[in-house]
Write a new protein. Sequence first.
Length: 115
Amino acid sequence: MNHRSSSIAGINALKGFAILAITFFHLFPAQLTGGWLGVCLFFVLSGFLLALSSERKAADGIYTVRAFYKSRIIRIYPSLLLVLILTKPSKAHGFNRGTNKYQNIYFNSLRDMKR
């Protein structure tokens, strides 16, 4: 890995694999178990890339905690607000836990992971 390289070979392939695992799990929840592994892989990769970016900025003397959190908020909050706005009506219309078979599969898989 070159210190100044903006990308690391293989990271995009791993992120793609994680996204495919999550997508196929949501498309076929009864047939494919373990889709949560894609979420774990994605979180690990995201944490690694955040740490690597922060380390590089610190080495260059341009890292600040304030700038880090500002960039996180700018990146995450628009999506968060969109999801909250779009999911509020579904909650008001009775899309609650256990109202269809796919939700039951989801909540049962969460329960089984705790065992």
